[in-house]
Write a protein that binds this ligand. Structure first.
Ligand SMILES: [Zn+2]
Ligand SMILES: [Zn+2]
Length: 181
């Protein structure tokens, strides 16, 4: 029997109310939003990391809750969640590590949110390698590998895993088409 769900535990320990969301409200609404994302019965926007666009991420910016959301996504990947839910959190995590800028209020406080999110994701390196090695889903392995290609400082290890993983990875990752390294 599992004693706790890591994702619920991690969501409950973040001080969402103290953070400013990209939508201009307090980030408090992100706690139930993340729980819905973890629910395999969710559909539509609720079931999609894109539902967090303009709240946590945009194509050019991350907002204050992004590091907390990054940690929650890693906790979710450590839980035994259904494949489609893993996919949602991998997508969300990819948005967090792909961020380029920091919202103005956070930047004034000296925060570099993309750097912070990448540092947090780096702590979950082995969760991402596990996804690649598991053979559960080629597409999820691809997302995990693309996250690794942003955060893994050991490029030799990354190249070695790419060779070893072979067809567990999608063509874009195998051939280096999606690389910018
Ligand atoms: Zn919001
Ligand atoms: Zn790829």
């Amino acid at each position: 029997m599992r004693l706790i769900e890591l994702i619920e535990w991690e969501i409950s320990r973040q001080d969402w109310a103290a953070m400013r969301c990209g939508c201009g409200d307090s980030a408090e609404h992100l706690a139930p939003d993340l729980l819905r994302l973890a629910d395999d019965r969710a559909v539509g926007e609720e079931a999609n990391g894109a539902g967090f666009e303009e709240h946590v991420w945009s194509p050019v910016l991350l907002w204050e809750p992004a590091p907390a959301v990054t940690t929650v996504a890693l906790a979710a990947l450590a839980d035994p969640i259904p494949p489609e839910v893993r996919h949602r959190f991998l997508d969300l995590l990819q948005h967090m590590v792909a961020g380029e800028g920091t919202d103005a209020a956070s930047a004034r406080r000296g925060l570099d949110l993309p750097e912070r999110c990448r540092a947090l994701a780096r702590q979950g390196l082995w969760l991402l390698y596990e996804e690649v090695a598991s053979g559960r889903s080629v597409s999820a392995a691809g997302t995990a590998f693309e996250i690794l290609s942003v955060v893994e400082p050991d490029r030799e290890r990354l190249r070695g895993v790419r060779e070893a993983a072979g067809e567990l990875l999608p063509v874009c990752c195998r051939t280096g088409l999606c690389d910018d390294w």
